[in-house]
Structures are given as structure tokens and as C-alpha cells.
Design a protein around this ligand. Sequence first.
Ligand SMILES: [Mg+2]
Length: 235
Amino acid sequence: MLSLIAFDADDTLWHNEDLYRDARDEFRALLAPYAPPPDLDDIVHETEMRNLPYYGFGVSSFTLSLIETAIAVTGGRITGAEIDRLLAIARHMISADIRLIDEVEDTLAALSADYPLLLITKGDLLHQQDKVARSGLGRYFSGVEVVSDKTAATYADILRRRGVEPARFLMVGNSLRSDVLPVAEIGGHAVYVPIEVAWVYDVVDLPDGLPGTVHQVARLGEVVPLVRRLARPGP
Ligand SMILES: [Mg+2]
């Protein structure tokens, strides 16, 4: 039996990755006059990965990595006006309208009737809290955890604080790396809901023999029947 269900937020409850994709497109267009290297996207990604220990996840971190990349690939010729444009892109990403994923409202309403729901997200604290508030979905959750990273230790700590055994915990999310693997590693249930074009960082191979269970559904609306199946007593 389950006693706690948690959801990831970005690209699980609302669209997010497409904002980053648009920002990367704009970044490429902005730097085009400087004839940047053809592997500009890879350089941005490498810069983001190098900066994770300093800035963590989220739009602020992404923006600093864009500025750093712009300075590097233009040999310092990027102008103040162009950096200002990058900051405007960041403000747009932070203030963009929330676009909910299909079936999210029905899914949360159905599950919150039977289970406490927790939202577990990483990113900028202010931005993530603001999105929860603007989404109108906050009322379905008994708690919101904005964490700096989602590792097995992060989940173990959240469950320990709430007195929940991993075997009675189910996590729903779009990231194999952040929502699925660490939960399966500590013996919980994970439900993977893939998005069309994933961030490369989120894609990892799942090793065999994980202590937990991993389920995959094609869309969020399939989570409710899956939970009901799991809740049914076994033969
Ligand atoms: Mg996500």
C-alpha cells in the first residue's frame, strides 16, 4: 500500500523545457553575427554542467551559463546590449504564463482524495514557489519541497522527515535521472512520464536489479489507474 505520492513540477505538471529550447534558439540567433562554433549547444551544455556545483538548477543558473558561454565564444566581444538581451530572455522565462500539462488537474484531484500529495522540485526557490502559486495547483498538495538536487539521499531525507517507508512512496516525474532512478535506488515506486523532447541531462540508463519498482506511462492521465492497480491487494 502507498502512503505518500509525490510529483515533480517542471515538465510533469506544467511545460518548461520548451522555454529553455526557445531561449537556446534565441541565444544562437543572438550570437550568429560572431560566427560561433557549430557545436554551440554542446558548449552551453558543458558550461551548465560545470556550473551546477556553483549555481545549482534553474533559470538563473542557465542565464549565467549563457553569459559565460557568450563571453568565451566571442572572445570577450559580446556587448553590454547583447548581455542585456540575455537577461531579458531570463526575465521572460521566469514570468512566462504557466501552461499546465494535459490531465494534470483531474489527476491531482483524484489522487489527493486518497493520498497526501507532495511536490518535489529543484530550481530557484522564488521562481518555483511563484509557479506553484500561479499554477493554481497548490491546493492539491500537502507540502512543497524545493530542493537543490534530487539524489537518493534527498528522497531518503524527505521520507525520513515524514516517517514514510520508501516502499510506501510513489514518485511521478519526467526525469529518469532526478525522479525515477534515485527513488528506485532507495526502494520506492517511480512512475516515468516522458516528454517529447527531453533535456539531455535527464536521460540516463536504469541499471537492472534496482530495489524499487519503475513504471512508465505515456501520459499523466494513466497515473490514476496505475496507482489504483498498485493499491489493490495482491493475489
Ligand atoms: Mg521535471
